[in-house]
Design a protein around this ligand. Structure first.
Ligand code: UD1
Ligand code: UDP
Length: 385
């Protein structure tokens, strides 16, 4: 039996952990066991507990309750606490997801204690080092022993940074931090979308509760520092969405991330306040995962700066306007199913027109077969020493 210590903290990590935890408990119960550590990076009910409740994730074994802080203070406090838990639990490996401060703290703490790190969502690159996530994911990759990339381009990025293919690495011996093994595994979020897709239809009350016209809305999320930290940038994006709504008489549904909500509250920006004059513009609280995939599934189009949401739009065969200058998920752009618009209102509006005119898009299968979690578990069992 191998004991995994899994670090979660931010919303998308809790969601990804649901898929792996499900596989561990129901497919590999005699070979793997998991201890869940929640750093507390996200803590509002709608950013954390809701996912444990509706996705049947066991209560974390450790709740570190670190909360919101500056990067250094937050990561530093996590590092100290995760080190304490590793020393208590003595796991065979530590699992981290994605690219948040919780990911970085977990990878650093474990690698310094010679506990192998398993990085899920390895190899993704925006090639923009001003993003905190880019620093976190590069650091986590280079501290890891088993790296699982959801995409082929992620695997190539790792090879460009000097990682060997598994076949090459095997010739050098067993996997360890000096001889890491890299795998292409498919996407845990795709596993989740397939698993919860049907169940999500039971959440259709959300349409009534918020007066959403199931057949005529666009879904948006915004939380990246590049789009929120400068109120003028945020205001410009929201203005563009509002223009699209008014000119095309289409609803905008925006489940608002707390980062963005706090910034809007503090700024008291006249242009943002005027959105309330448009009854078609619906700003709502963050929703649960089932409600979110339901909203994605019925939307005409998605406009987001979220990594997870741009991918889920693709899974749901919805065109996406990515509110960023670049993306780690380049396959979606290459397929023609998404465009990059940054915060440029003209590009956002022309992206909308483009997809309204071109409705017959092809969404090739490139995120696995819905069994990424099983592949990851089998690979851990086979290659973790
Ligand atoms: C973090 C990740 C980002 C990921 C996102 C997912 C880092 C550096 N960033 O960004 O990669 O895409 O999570 O959502 O790790 N807040 C609340 N309640 C909460 C959580 C946050 O009010 O439950 C507010 C606080 O004001 C906090 C702000 O949101 O300061 C930002 O939270 P933080 O976790 O630092 O960054 P995110 O923008 O959420
Ligand atoms: N999500 C959710 N409710 C919301 C907004 C997003 O459940 O109100 C889910 C979404 O379906 C996806 C994940 O959160 O699975 C994406 O997380 P987020 O956008 O916070 O972070 P990112 O993926 O950009 O790191």
């Amino acid at each position: 039996m191998k004991k995994l210590l899994t670090i979660i903290g931010a919303r998308p990590q809790i969601i990804k952990a649901a898929a792996l935890n499900r596989a561990i408990r129901f497919k590999f119960p005699s070979q793997l066991t998991e201890v869940l550590v929640h750093t507390g990076q996200h803590y509002d009910h709608g950013m954390s507990d809701v996912f444990f409740e509706e996705m049947d994730i066991p209560k974390p074994n450790y709740q570190l309750s670190i909360g919101s802080e500056t990067h250094g203070k937050q990561t530093g406090r996590m590092l100290e606490e995760i080190e304490r838990v590793i020393n208590l639990e003595k796991p065979d490996a530590l699992v981290v997801y994605g690219d948040t401060n919780s990911t970085l703290a977990g990878a650093l703490a474990a690698s310094k204690l010679h506990v192998p790190v398993i990085h899920i969502e390895a190899g993704l690159r925006s090639f923009n080092k001003s993003m905190p996530e880019e620093i976190n994911r590069i650091s986590a990759d280079h501290a890891s022993t088993l790296l699982f990339s959801p995409t082929r381009s992620g695997l190539k990025n790792l090879q460009k940074e000097g990682f060997l293919t598994v076949d090459e690495a095997r010739k050098n011996g067993k996997a360890d931090i000096g001889n890491p093994y890299i795998f292409h595994c498919g996407d845990l979020m795709y596993d989740n979308t397939l698993f919860y897709g049907q169940m999500a239809e039971s959440k259709s009350d959300i349409f009534v509760a918020h007066g959403i016209d199931k057949n005529n809305y666009l879904l948006s999320t915004i939380h990246r520092p590049q789009n929120t930290d400068d109120i003028k940038t945020l205001s410009t994006i929201l203005w563009a969405l509002n223009q699209i709504s008014i000119e095309n008489q289409v609803q905008i549904v925006l489940p608002l991330h707390p980062r963005t909500a706090h910034i809007i509250d503090q700024a008291d920006d006249a242009q943002i306040n005027s959105l309330t004059d448009n009854p078609l513009f619906k700003i709502i609280e963050p929703v649960g995962f089932l409600e979110m995939i339901l909203l994605e599934n019925h939307a005409k189009l998605v406009m987001t700066d979220s990594g997870g949401v741009q991918k889920e739009a693709f899974f749901m065969k919805k065109p996406c306007i990515i509110l960023r200058q670049e993306t780690e998920w380049i396959e979606i752009i290459e397929s023609g199913c998404a465009v990059l618009a940054g915060s440029n209102p003209e590009k956002i509006k022309s992206g909308y027109q483009h997809f309204i005119r071109n409705q017959n898009l092809d969404y090739p299968s490139m995120f696995g077969d819905g069994n990424a979690a099983e592949f990851i578990c089998s690979s851990i069992i086979e290659h973790l020493n």
